[in-house]
Design a binder for this molecule. Structure first.
Ligand SMILES: NC(=O)c1ccc[n+]([C@@H]2O[C@H](COP(=O)([O-])OP(=O)(O)OC[C@H]3O[C@@H](n4cnc5c(N)ncnc54)[C@H](O)[C@@H]3O)[C@@H](O)[C@H]2O)c1
Length: 314
């Protein structure tokens, strides 16, 4: 089978490309990435040494160039990791988020229709549901309404709706995974876990938004990769799946744990002005993927975090 993976040089895309090549010995991966600031060039350099991997430096919005790739490569499956992914940047300026996350997805959907791709899988986020009050005991299901808060999550929700519209209107075979916050190797230093590690190791103050009580569900990127595999390999067309670990942590608890593991003082923490529109809490029901596809997270959070910190230190 031939997979086309967009955003293959990003955090999750690079982990997933390695995962797929390691676990599907017969398959070929075509990677597409335009290498924005968020691309991980060392990860890409390593990918380029792998057999059964071919790379195109291309923007998913560039119709002609993408058309040529589809024509030459005739992928069986397309998985869309390419995105502008940082909420703070979407608050500063949202245009590129709409271009890549919405129009980029739309361009890929048209190409999948045109070239008879067997499955288009969209990498989405739990942020499309909006947030819950901190004290809430509820969790979002796949049929919870989409109520995104930030321009980032609004662009992701728009993309999800487009994907489902191509399923309903054109009968395109699609699936969507809505995952919680990922952690692991190759993540850009602007994101919480690598940022805390980097700042602490440099002895810099570690900024935390607001009171630090905002709650996130943290899933190891390898567990997310296994979930995408389960969906792409076994889910019916039109399937939407939440992917979380159930490990819910207030940011302050996570940051203190990282500092403890690094042997650094909690005094490094500096509470800063809260992010505009900051989501309070994310929590996901993941019964559907467990019941239908037999997926379960395998990586214990304490082990995964320890290993991740060791990787960034190195
Ligand atoms: N990181 C998380 O915790 C998380 C959680 C849930 C969902 N997601 C989703 O997973 C996907 C991957 O996230 P990530 O954390 O790996 O992001 P990332 O920012 O690390 O990587 C994105 C990659 O996409 C590439 N890219 C951006 N615009 C492009 C374009 N127009 N054409 C081609 N390539 C382009 C970038 O160069 C980069 O390599 C995104 O869709 C994101 O919304 C991420």
């Amino acid at each position: 089978m031939k997979l086309l993976l967009t955003g293959c040089a990003g955090f999750i895309g690079a982990n997933f490309t390695n995962y797929w090549l390691d676990n599907h010995a017969e398959d070929t991966v075509i990677g597409v990435d335009c290498l924005t600031y968020a691309a991980n060039l060392p990860a890409l350099a390593r990918l380029k040494t792998r057999e059964r991997f071919k790379f195109y430096k291309t923007n998913v919005c560039h119709r002609q160039a993408m058309d040529k790739i589809f024509q030459e490569e005739t992928p069986d499956v397309v998985i869309n990791f390419a995105a502008e992914s940082h909420v703070d940047r979407s608050i500063e300026g949202s245009r590129v988020f709409v271009e890549t996350n919405v129009l980029g997805t739309q361009a890929l959907l048209d190409l999948c229709l045109q070239y008879g791709v067997r499955r288009f899988h969209q990498i989405s986020t739990d942020e499309v549901y909006g947030d819950l009050p901190i004290e809430s005991e509820e969790a979002f299901t796949e049929s919870s309404p989409l109520k995104p808060s930030s321009p980032y999550s609004a662009s992701k929700a728009a993309a999800d709706l487009l994907v489902l519209s191509y399923y309903r209107t054109h009968g395109l075979s699609v699936s969507i995974s809505r995952s919680a916050n990922n952690y692991g190797k190759y993540q850009h230093a602007e994101k919480l876990i690598p940022k805390v590690i980097e700042y602490a190791l440099k002895g810099k103050r570690v900024p935390i938004y607001g009171d630090g009580l905002n709650v996130r569900d943290w899933i190891h990127v390898d567990d997310h990769c296994r979930a995408i595999d389960a969906i792409v390999s076994g889910a019916p067309s039109g399937g939407v799946y939440n992917v979380g670990s159930g490990v819910l942590l207030p940011n302050i608890v996570l940051v203190k744990e990282i500092l403890k593991q690094l042997g650094e003082d909690e005094e490094l923490i500096e509470f800063v002005l809260d992010r505009k529109g900051h989501d309070k809490k994310y929590a996901l029901h993941c019964d559907k993927i467990v019941a239908e596809l037999g997926w379960q997270p395998q990586i214990d959070f304490a082990d995964g975090l320890r290993e991740t910190i060791a990787w960034y230190k190195k």
